[in-house]
Structure formats: structure tokens, C-alpha cells
Design a protein around this ligand. Structure first.
Ligand code: IPE
Ligand code: IPE
Ligand code: MG
Length: 266
């Protein structure tokens, strides 16, 4: 299964997409793609097949996002906590990632044609060295593209990311590169893995779990949060429309809340 899916929306989907697009649309959507194992259990399939179908659903969701003019998507693919899962499951997920990032390298031309820039956010040092290499190659090969952006959070948790940013600033102070008084929300944002991205407008979690599981805690302080009961591999175009509709209903109050984007607080 490819990262870039060709294919058009059907007539009903196209009409609905146009109606949605008449309202305020999120420019950046984040997904906690949850429920792969429950899906596998429900369908009596191997756990690994649930994860594979989860990846396929990501490719399909990216196509819908593109058709809805959503330029940036961030997904939670593997958390640092997920390393605590059984070894065979972690190995299976690493193999899947290896296979998909290799595939991405094969699809360079297609990615260039669509202008897709892929970034991986997380601590790559926690991954097997060969996977680090494939990911680095894949990220480098798309870094100049700027029509749409996919951020894959892999070996990621938000508290780890924030701690890393604080450590970087402390190092800067220690080295005399910055003063303690330079530490600010803006500088911390710059030190996060997500420093090249605007904050998500909409965060969606599937599978009915109502928690953030340490995902983008800093970046989603003013995002619209939508929790949906559907398991990730079963996610549909209509589920995405429903989440966007919730965003639109909440849009005015989201706009009204002050966005203290970068005040100097220290
Ligand atoms: C999300 O699905 C994918 C990963 C965490 C890698 P899960 O594997 O958490 O599936 P459930 O939530 O246990 O059903
Ligand atoms: C969060 O899902 C991580 C990903 C979706 C990759 P989990 O299934 O690992 O989170 P918890 O354990 O239910 O909080
Ligand atoms: Mg889960």
C-alpha cells in the first residue's frame, strides 16, 4: 500500500466536501490513530494485520485531507510508552515502519509531484540504527516539498519533547549562548520537534478513549478536541466530516479564546 493514494471522492462525498468547505476549515489536523488491536480482535485477525490496516487507513485519510484542502496532518504512530508492549509486537511495528519508509523512498517522484513533505517527530535515537537511517533518508528526500505536510510522531511523547526543549535551553544558558531572561514560550516552542509547524486546529482521537496519552500537550492548548468511538482501521470519510463539523460548530468560541501565542512570560 502506497503513501499517496490516487482516486477521487464520489459524487455524494464531493457535494458534502463542498458544503463543509463553505465554512471555516481546519488547516492542520492531528490524529491519535487508536484502536488497531481491538479492530484485529473484532475481525479475528492477527494483531499485526490490525497495525497494517491502520497504516493503510492513514494513506486513505491523507487523500481525504488533501481533497478537503487540509494542508498539514500530524499523526501519533508510536509512543515512547509503546516500547513497553510485548517484544514481538514492538518488532512487528518496527518492521512495518521500516517497510513503509522504504516504500516512501521508492515513491519519491509521486511525493514530489504532490509536493508532500514528510517529517518524523520524536527521538530517533531510541530506534534501531537501520530504521534511523531509512527514516533520515526518507525525511531528507522530501524536505524541500511545500504543498502539504505530514508529521509522523514516532518514538514520541509530549513530555519527553518538552523536557528535551527545556534541556536545550538550559544548555544554551550554560554555554552563554542565551540569557536566562531569554527563556520564553516562544523560545520553548522553537525548541520543540514541531518547531516548523503551526499548532493543530483540530485533534481527533479514535477508538472511544478520552485522553491525550501524552500527545502534543503544548501544541493543542487551544485546539478543538474531538473524540470518536470508531476504531482507527474503520475510520471513514464521514467520520472525518463529522469531526470537521464539530470544529466548525466550536469555531467561534475557539476564535474568541485568547491565543497567548508568544507572550514573554519570564
Ligand atoms: C494504536 O492502536 C496503534 C499503536 C499504538 C501503535 P493500538 O495498538 O493502541 O490498539 P488498541 O487501542 O489496543 O485497540
Ligand atoms: C497512543 O495510543 C499512542 C498511539 C496511538 C500511537 P495507546 O493505545 O498507546 O495509548 P494508551 O495506552 O491507551 O493511553
Ligand atoms: Mg490503543
Amino acid at each position: 500500500m502506497s503513501w499517496i493514494q490516487e482516486g477521487e471522492l464520489n459524487l455524494l462525498e464531493r457535494i458534502s466536501a463542498n458544503i463543509l468547505k463553505a465554512g471555516p476549515m481546519p488547516k492542520h489536523v492531528a490524529f491519535i490513530m487508536d484502536g488497531n488491536r481491538r479492530f484485529a480482535r473484532k475481525k479475528n485477525m492477527e494483531r499485526q494485520e490490525g497495525h497494517t490496516q491502520g497504516f493503510n487507513k492513514l494513506a486513505e485519510t491523507l487523500r481525504w485531507c488533501k481533497q478537503l484542502n487540509i494542508r498539514e496532518v500530524t499523526v501519533y504512530a508510536f509512543s515512547i510508552e509503546n516500547f513497553k508492549r510485548p517484544k514481538d509486537e514492538v518488532d512487528g511495528l518496527m518492521n512495518l515502519a521500516r517497510q513503509k519508509f522504504e516504500k516512501l523512498l521508492d515513491e519519491r517522484e509521486k511525493l514530489e509531484k504532490h509536493g508532500v513533505c514528510i517529517r518524523v517527530l520524536g527521538d530517533l535515537n531510541l530506534l534501531p540504527p537501520d530504521l534511523q537511517q531509512v527514516i533520515a533518508k526518507a525525511v531528507l528526500s522530501t524536505r524541500a516539498h511545500n504543498k502539504c505536510f505530514l508529521n509522523v510522531c514516532f518514538a514520541y511523547t509530549s513530555r519527553y519533547e518538552i523536557t528535551n526543549a527545556v534541556r536545550e535551553m538550559a544548555w544554551g544558558v550554560e554555554q552563554g549562548l542565551i540569557k536566562a531572561s531569554d527563556v520564553s514560550e516562544a523560545l520553548l516552542s522553537e525548541c520543540l520537534y514541531s518547531n516548523s509547524s503551526p499548532n493543530p486546529d483540530l485533534l481527533i482521537r479514535t477508538s472511544g478513549e478520552v485522553r491525550l496519552s501524552d500527545f502534543l500537550l503544548w501544541q493543542t492548548s487551544h485546539s478543538c478536541l474531538v473524540f470518536q468511538s470508531v476504531l482507527w482501521p474503520e475510520y471513514s470519510f464521514w467520520n472525518l466530516c463529522e469531526a470537521i463539523l464539530q470544529y466548525q460548530v466550536n469555531h467561534q468560541s475557539i476564535q474568541r479564546t485568547p491565543h497567548p501565542q508568544f507572550p514573554n512570560i519570564i
